[in-house]
Design a protein around this ligand. Structure first.
Ligand code: FES
Length: 146
């Protein structure tokens, strides 16, 4: 197993264990920590989490693959999540998605509701939301991030 949590993260996990009577509840915080630490969640990280919280690796993998915010492979490209759900769709996300499909410098993902429907259309890059988007605004954001 090549993944090891940092000492800092191991201390955080020990603190979190005190809050949760069922250690399986730590699966989400541990997945977040692994992703922040490595940039993605490797199978080795899932095995490490499994050993820490005594939950089968396959179940942790199931949690990791259920949520779109977890990345299971490294990406050298900027990962851009664009909401394709109703409010965003009504406010122009289809045009934004079509525009971004032509951009081969990013990894574009069509995602379900990001929970910010009142500021549609919305996209997320890393942990940052970009809202009330237009194609011009998207281009300006991507230009600034490169
Ligand atoms: S529909 Fe896009 S954020 Fe909710």
């Amino acid at each position: 197993m090549s993944f090891m949590f940092s000492k800092e993260n191991l201390l955080k996990i020990e603190e979190l264990k005190k809050r949760y009577p069922n250690p399986h509840a730590l699966s989400l915080p541990c997945l977040w920590m692994a992703q922040y630490q490595e940039g993605f969640i490797s199978l080795d990280a899932i095995d490490a989490i499994s050993q820490i919280i005594h939950m089968p690796s396959m179940e942790i993998y199931g949690v990791a693959t259920f949520y779109t915010m977890f990345r299971l492979e490294p990406s050298e490209k900027l990962i851009v999540d664009v909401c394709k759900t109703l409010s965003c769709k009504l406010c122009g996300s289809d045009e934004i998605l079509e525009h971004l499909e032509k951009n081969d410098t990013i990894k574009l993902r069509h995602v379900e509701c990001l929970g910010s429907c009142s500021t549609a259309p919305v996209m997320q890059i890393n942990d940052v939301y970009y809202e009330n988007l237009t194609i011009a605004k998207v281009d300006a954001i991507l230009k600034e991030l490169k």
